[in-house]
Unconditional design. Sequence first.
Length: 206
Amino acid sequence: MTAYAPALVRQTPAGVPRTATELLVERAQHRDADAVGELYAQNREAVTRYLSRLVGNRDDADDLAAETFLRVFQAIEHFRPRGRPFSSWVYRIAHNVAMDHFRATNRAQKLDQPLHRGETSSASAEDEALEAIAHRKLLAQFDDLSRAQREVLVLVFVHALSNRETGRVLGKSEGSVKAIRYRALMALKRNAAAIPAAAAKASYYG
């Protein structure tokens, strides 16, 4: 594979330096096989680690990483930086692939469940009803948050990513993620007590 471009190698018409990654993306958009291979090599391991954190095992992560990069290179002609790095776009595609995986797994599990629940007690039915009500209240509170706040809380608390890993996915700095997380938790805490107390008391520096 041929080497291509130092870190900053060319100016845009507006005088803004182009990074080596941006130039590789441009070449990949023109179906340059070397550029495609280089972008894959640069991002594969980090994306696979990220997917492994989401799905819980390396084998599924490897399969999902393959699907991720298939989607990446099928859609790369449509990529536009818009102030975000290429790696952030790749992580978002990986996140979508993982969500598709979870939805498919959930559907399969529901199909495997028995169609009747004759031994379910009235007490457990009541518990399920109360849980469903609390769940709907929590979702309603989430709707009041900004998109950025919802994304950060899901990645940090549902998928157990660190602030730094969340920042890489969303194309934000670690400090920005901490601030968004803190504001989101404070908003939820003010509105209701439907989230775990430990999450509501999470430190800005956590």
